[in-house]
Design a protein around this ligand. Structure first.
Ligand SMILES: NC(=O)c1ccc[n+]([C@@H]2O[C@H](COP(=O)([O-])OP(=O)(O)OC[C@H]3O[C@@H](n4cnc5c(N)ncnc54)[C@H](OP(=O)(O)O)[C@@H]3O)[C@@H](O)[C@H]2O)c1
Length: 308
């Protein structure tokens, strides 16, 4: 029997999420996603502030911030390290890096698999294990592009409902792992004198706190990414943060509604990287939640106003 949820379903423009269905168990994490409702009002609920215009079918959502800024990083000849390379998005990072001319790709995983291209080097890496990170840095000292892609989500709903162990595990995987990897690779990336980068995969849920510790870890990683960008800019290391709603992978296998094709997501990320951009908003959900940061809290979370 399912316990009653402490939350009401939330509606944010075209995004409608019922937190009770975000996490329905399963080893991969959240398994029952709500539908994204295509009914975008022109203003925020209870506010005169305009909502971002919805994309039309003739204008596919392409919201990457392609800023002509420096530093910018080319994948042609790059040495790329992908964490969680066996996963849905990770596999596309490996294949698309090959297509864009990478010289070598460390396809890392807790249990690495074989690849059919000699430029791909399978490498064991558990992002929660400091010894594993040290070994990866030692083995892959020639990395020029670090992609912090590995991630997981807990199987229970809500920050009060997770076990302590689930919270620690999720913080280790989604926040401390990518942060410690960035710190470990930063000296080598900085010493290269340019054409080096770190890409951190966040989530639209970084900006929408309905997913318990998963939202919290992705928000924390977003903040760390922003700090890393500032601190690494003088050394010419480009730092890119990625936000996206549902992606068509195992993690969102039971989600209903629109999902971004992982190949399209990776294409947007690499296009942003090679154009010198800093941030990818890969879908309409991310665009709206980013805009929601400047809206009143009651507009983003209408149940706050309803509770008065
Ligand atoms: N799918 C979505 O809707 C969605 C939306 C927004 C953001 N994201 C983010 O996108 C990233 C990739 O997710 P995905 O959709 O590709 O999911 P996925 O198919 O489940 O892949 C996640 C990968 O992360 C790996 N991983 C988990 N814990 C790890 C650890 N301690 N050390 C090393 N690798 C570990 C998994 O390895 P194993 O194969 O060993 O389990 C798996 O290969 C994650 O950061 C996720 O939070 C996903």
């Amino acid at each position: 029997m399912t316990s009653p949820s402490p939350w009401q379903p939330l509606t944010l423009g075209r995004l409608e999420l019922d937190p009770a269905t975000l996490f329905a168990g399963g080893a991969r994490g959240y398994t029952d996603y709500p539908t994204l409702t295509p009914a975008c009002p022109s203003t925020w609920p209870g506010s005169a502030s305009p909502m971002p215009a919805p994309a039309t079918p003739s204008q596919p959502i392409r919201t990457s911030h392609l800023q002509e800024t420096h530093p910018m990083t080319s994948l042609n000849g790059a040495v790329v390290l992908v964490t969680g390379a066996n996963g849905g998005i990770g596999g596309h990072f490996v294949r698309e890096a090959l297509a864009r001319g990478a010289a070598k790709i460390y396809a890392t995983a807790r249990s690495p698999r074989e690849w059919d291209d000699e430029r791909v080097v399978p490498l064991t890496l558990d992002v929660t294990d400091p010894a594993s990170i040290r070994a990866a840095v030692e083995h892959a000292s020639d990395v020029t592009v670090l992609i912090n892609n590995a991630g997981s989500s807990p199987s229970t709903p809500g920050i009060l409902s997770h076990t302590d162990e689930e919270i620690r595990a999720n913080v280790e995987t989604n926040f401390l792992g990518p942060l410690f990897l960035a710190r470990a690779f930063a000296p080598a990336l900085s010493a290269a004198g340019g054409n080096t980068a770190i890409i951190d995969i966040h989530s639209a849920l970084s900006w929408y706190a309905v997913a318990g510790i998963y939202s919290a870890t992705k928000a924390a990683l977003w903040s760390a990414t922003n700090s890393l960008r500032l601190e690494l800019q003088p050394a010419g290391v480009q730092v890119v943060g990625v936000h996206v709603g549902y992606v068509d992978t195992a993690m969102a296998a039971r989600a209903e509604g629109p999902k971004v094709d992982p190949a399209d997501l990776v294409d947007q990320v690499f296009a942003t990287l090679e154009a010198g951009g800093y941030e990818v908003l890969a879908d309409d959900t991310s665009v709206q939640l980013r805009a929601g940061l400047s809206a009143p809290l009651e507009a983003v979370y209408p149940q706050l106003a309803a509770g008065r």
